[in-house]
Write a protein that binds this ligand. Structure first.
Ligand SMILES: O=P(O)(O)OC[C@H]1O[C@H](O[C@H]2O[C@H](CO)[C@@H](O)[C@H](O)[C@H]2O)[C@H](O)[C@@H](O)[C@@H]1O
Length: 266
């Protein structure tokens, strides 16, 4: 684990030196990484600068988005054709020549939980239930501080009654997802295999800001011998399995711009 890893932008030359002659394969998180955190999910729009740099990069190296958002929502928000997209924390994968869904048999459990959550949380002002195909996010960002424990109690009660689901966390949210050994890290490893990117000529780089992104940092670190790089976007120092950091989505976009310039120069 690292506490406050070095900035991949401030130490860009050292960062690119660690790539050697390998081609990066970029795995990008969305919320808090390329889109700044907003009061509600639909308000977290990716700036045009970020979209432009993602488009540039997609002509220079493989690019995938790996997000907790629903796959269709993610694809609409990013709106760059030809990329690989993984929604619902990697349970729902789609690319130009790829389609895979993990945990389809858990959708009825999620449907039941969604109904129970809407019943229990309907009376709590600001509590937002966001259904994704393979996960449910329960947002507390708009809930009065005194009421947040009520949301936590309700979510706990629902997940305790649904042993086929498990709860994870995030920024002002709880998430319910299939209780399967699957996460963003396993999704990234599966994508490397499916896209033929497992060889020594490719270096996967994952950029993310949240606790579910730590699964991906750990998965890449587990490949050993520097065969994967994690970059955590974080405004405050924190323990992370990522070896590099960036401060916020603006800095992440600037870093990707420099990476595109560097790749374009060959
Ligand atoms: O994996 P990510 O792309 O980072 O998605 C994680 C969750 O992001 C969204 O929620 C977060 O962003 C919202 C908009 O800025 C914010 O209001 C909320 O508090 C954050 O937790 C998204 O709505 C979730 O579905 C994702 O799981």
């Amino acid at each position: 684990m690292h506490l406050s890893p070095p900035s991949a932008l401030a130490a860009f030359d050292a960062f690119t030196a660690s790539l050697g002659d390998r081609t990066p394969a970029l795995f990008l998180d969305y919320d808090g990484t390329l889109a700044a955190i907003a009061p509600r999910p639909e308000l977290a729009v990716m700036p045009v600068e970020a979209r432009t740099v993602v488009q540039r990069l997609s002509a220079l190296c493989p690019v995938a988005f790996v997000s907790g958002r629903d796959l269709d929502d993610l694809t609409t928000m990013v709106a760059v054709d030809g990329l690989v997209y993984a929604g619902s924390h990697g349970f729902d994968l789609r690319g130009p020549e790829l389609r895979r869904q993990v945990g389809v048999e858990y959708v009825p459990d999620l449907d039941t939980a969604e109904g129970q959550l809407r019943d229990r949380l309907g009376g709590i002002a600001g509590a937002l239930v966001e259904r994704k195909r393979f996960a449910i996010a329960i947002h507390t960002r708009q809930v009065a501080p005194a009421e947040k424990p009520l949301v936590a109690d309700a979510v706990r009660a629902v997940v305790e009654a649904q042993p086929r689901l498990r709860m994870t966390g995030g920024k002002e949210l709880f998430e319910l997802r299939p209780n399967l050994p699957w996460d963003k890290g396993r999704a990234v490893l599966a994508l490397l295999e499916a896209l033929g990117l497992e060889g020594p000529g490719t270096l996967p780089i994952y950029i993310g800001d949240d606790e579910t992104d730590e699964d991906a940092f750990r998965a890449l670190a587990s490949r050993g011998d520097g065969r994967g790089i994690g970059i955590r976007v974080m405004e405050e120092p924190a323990e992370t399995a990522a070896a590099w950091s960036l401060h916020d989505p603006t800095e992440a976009t600037a870093f990707l711009g420099r990476l595109a310039d560097w790749l374009a120069q060959g």
